[in-house]
Design a protein. Structure first.
Length: 583
């Protein structure tokens, strides 16, 4: 009897179905592999953009936290006000100004003080809304006297003379301010002897009647809020973010310690190299090395390196805007595995689906094969488009299984990268990308006045926030965004750039007069009363916005130059006197 082969032992149904089951399994595994590779490349691209956005958010928050000190000092000693000839005689006026100054940003700038070359000193420390402490030294020698007071004009009471002599002329903030060529400056970061927290002091040199340096006004800026800000930043489970000086000394870090304890309860600053967190030390080392090789700028950049455990780490970094007067670095680091975690889970799910699909194919054959391969092909193509940077094309999600979850994660990341969460406008990254695309497009067409960029700064936004609260400020920003979007044509792009700054791309203009007409129209629209301030702002409270224009290519042939020109034009226009100016 001839020996029976495997094909002889199988039924006809099994013989016809088995090749298709094998084919389904092979195709599904192949598509899963392609999806993994494409998804990995896409996640790498999007994670880099997410790090850049995170660094930008930290930078903006630092600017808000630090920038308020200048407003506090301006309120304490407005520009043009000379140092008092007689501190004791002018004490009433100083008290009022210092009270108002500590009301500008009571958290964190609740202490404003002044010392002069004669050794006189006055300082106001607000420890509640109505209660304060006045520290006074009217003579050239001796200790200070500390008084308590309630309210801006409350009488001085409960005088207490300090045990130790406080000599303002010997303090670092006084000596540094008089030695520094600029009228405004920062002291180095130091540990406050009372709170044992990090402090940096903003100083303003005050001249006498003939303009000679006579004294120094200052306000302390506690840096504990920087640490709190970094701690609230949510990137991933194992991510770390920090603000650090170029030499590695930590100002704040999202996890772990940024200070070390010495004997007798004293503290000292901790450097990133000394951190027990390996990611903190290695991320700083990588950024420091990159800075040594290529230099560091204020525009966020990314890099990747292999950590001590061999795992890849992605890092976003930037230098704080030097206009603030601080030489600080922002660093955000995330293990690459954190970004790929969702993709890995989806890949495992896809593998499980491949096995299930193989069993189902034994009964459904080509029908099941067609459904699975079609859906996987569409997902791979969508992932490839996102990986290629085509973020403006939305992803269509129809499935509700693991493949749909992966597709929705891409769509969610795409939306977050393009949209400002408060106003619903395009965000800074989307606008920069759109201008770059427009420049490339225009170079192919070669028109003389192909498009224009407007830089818009909303006037009196800080006054609105201070007077009516941040919720009203948010509503105002939303309404301003809607007005700007309603005042341009279809095809033009409006984006919230940062804070109360917006950028507008006029897709095409005939000439500069055309752009000026658009500016006039938008300025008129912005002068109309805001609905969000109706019933809140007093009568006569006026708002508006300043618009700067840059045309391509006359005003710049790249994105940075165009925005810089538009920003400069906006500030020049803001300085021009106007009857409608609310200030």
């Amino acid at each position: 009897m001839p020996q029976r082969t495997l094909s002889d032992r199988l039924s006809l149904r099994s013989l016809l179905t088995l090749p298709y089951a094998v084919l389904v399994l092979a195709l599904v595994l192949l598509m899963a592999g392609l999806s993994w590779r494409t998804g990995r490349d896409t996640v790498d691209t999007l994670s880099g953009q997410l790090l850049v956005e995170s660094v930008n958010r930290i930078a903006v928050s630092l600017e808000r936290h630090v920038g308020g000190a200048d407003a506090v000092l301006e309120a304490a000693f407005p520009t043009g006000i000379a140092a008092p000839d007689n501190l004791e005689a002018g004490l009433g006026e100083l008290r009022q100004r210092f009270w108002l100054a500590t009301s500008v940003h009571r958290e964190p700038n609740n202490y404003v003080y002044y010392g002069d070359r004669q050794g006189h000193f006055v300082g106001l420390w607000r420890f509640s809304e109505q209660e304060a402490e006045l520290r006074l030294r009217t003579g050239a020698q001796g200790p200070r006297t500390i008084y308590r007071l309630s309210g801006i004009a409350g009488p001085l009471r409960s005088p207490v003379t300090e045990d130790k002599v406080f000599e303002p002329r010997e303090r670092p903030w006084f000596q540094a301010a008089l030695a520094h060529p600029a009228p405004l400056g920062w002291t180095p970061v130091y540990v406050d002897f009372k709170t044992q927290d990090l402090i940096v002091t903003r100083t303003k040199r005050i001249g006498n009647d003939v303009g000679e340096p006579e004294g120094v006004a200052a306000t302390d800026l506690p840096l504990a809020q920087v640490n709190a800000l970094l701690g609230r930043l949510s990137l991933s489970e194992n991510a770390v973010a920090m603000v650090v000086e170029p030499d590695g000394r930590l100002i704040g870090v999202s996890r772990g310690a940024h200070m070390k304890t010495l004997g007798a309860g004293q503290h000292d600053r901790l450097s990133a190299q000394q951190s027990t967190d390996a990611l903190v030390a290695s991320a700083y080392a990588a950024v420091h090395q990159r800075g040594s090789d290529e230099g560091l700028g204020t525009a966020p950049r990314t890099l990747s390196f292999d950590g001590a455990d061999g795992r890849a780490v992605q890092v976003g970094y930037a230098r704080v805007d030097p206009a603030l007067g601080l030489d600080w670095l922002i660093v955000a680091a995330v293990p690459r595995a954190d970004f790929l975690g969702g993709l890995q889970r989806s890949f495992v799910h896809a593998a499980v689906l491949a096995g299930v699909a193989t069993l189902v194919a034994l009964g459904l054959g080509w029908a099941v094969l067609g459904v699975v391969t079609r859906e996987l092909r569409q997902l791979a193509e969508a992932a490839r488009r996102v990986g290629d940077g085509m973020l403006d094309e939305p992803l269509e999600v129809h499935r509700r299984d693991e493949l749909g979850e992966l597709a929705r994660s891409f769509a969610d990341m795409q939306q977050r990268l393009l949209t400002d969460q408060l106003t619903g406008l395009s965000n800074r990254g989307a606008m920069l990308r759109r201008i770059e695309d427009r420049i490339l497009q225009q170079r192919r067409r070669g028109d003389r006045w192909p498009f224009a960029v407007m830089f818009i700064d909303f006037d009196r936004f800080k006054a609105i926030n201070d007077s009516f609260g941040h919720s009203v400020g948010d509503a105002v920003l939303k309404e301003v965004g809607q007005r700007l979007r309603g005042g341009v044509r279809i095809g033009d792009l409006v984006a919230r750039y940062a804070g109360d700054e917006f950028v507008l791309l006029l897709e095409s203009v005939d000439n500069r007069a055309d752009a000026e007409a658009a500016r006039t129209h938008l300025e008129a629209a912005m002068r109309a009363p805001l609905d969000s301030l109706a019933g809140i702002a007093p009568d006569g409270f006026q708002t508006g916005a300043s618009f700067g224009i840059a045309l391509y290519p006359d005003d710049g042939q790249d994105t940075e130059t165009l925005l810089r020109h538009a920003d400069a034009d906006m500030y020049a226009r803001k300085q021009q006197p106007s009857d409608a100016d609310p200030h």
